[in-house]
Design a protein around this ligand. Structure first.
Ligand code: ADP
Length: 169
């Protein structure tokens, strides 16, 4: 059984096995969660991301996919980088967003991670509406077959926290 917990706060302050990064396809850093993770986690994460680009992901990481690196100086063992979809309006397909959660949990299972912290993927720079993103996130995690024991959604602001709380209750 996977327990879903909600925390309002900063994902880079969590003590978990794996922290999920709302990355962009370049894997070379960005703003929002991505910037915060690289700032607090230190250069080891970016160094591994560069190696991944040079070896397996020459064209970058595709939307909906996930890959792990060290967590550097974060209080975690791994960062799982996943690339959310950009909101394209009401016709946007939620499948790639669901895939981010599913693929991140698959990577977590491969690593043996028991506790995983997720941000609200795609709800920042990628503009996915928070309420819809929360529904996709919670439904997907509930339906996932995973050995992860705790999925912790870490929400930065009250609106995101409330949207997730609405789905979890
Ligand atoms: P994306 O590009 O997938 O939209 P962002 O990082 O821009 O990703 O934003 C995703 C969500 O993460 C937004 O709701 C944003 O408010 C939130 N966020 C930004 N920084 C942090 C942080 N340090 N911890 C947790 N959530 C954060």
């Amino acid at each position: 059984m996977t327990t879903i917990t909600l925390v309002r706060g900063d994902i880079t302050r969590q003590s978990v096995d794996a922290v999920v990064n709302a990355a962009n396809s370049s894997l070379l850093g960005g703003g929002g969660v991505d910037g915060a993770i690289h700032r607090r986690g230190g250069p080891a994460i970016l160094a591994e991301c560069r190696e991944l680009r040079a070896s397996h992901y020459g064209k970058g990481l595709a939307t909906g996919q996930a890959v792990a690196t060290t967590a550097g100086e974060l209080d975690a063992r791994w960062v799982i980088h996943t690339v959310g979809p950009v909101w394209q309006g009401p016709d946007s397909d939620p499948a790639p967003l669901a895939s981010c959660y599913r693929q991140s949990l698959r990577v977590a299972d491969e690593l043996g991670a028991r506790t995983v912290a997720f941000p609200a993927i795609s709800t920042g720079v990628f503009r996915w509406p928070t309420e819809d993103a929360a529904r996709v996130a919670v439904e997907t995690v509930r339906e996932a077959r995973t050995t992860v024991e705790e999925v912790r959604f870490v929400l930065f602001d009250e609106r995101a926290y409330d949207a997730f709380a609405e789905q979890v209750r």
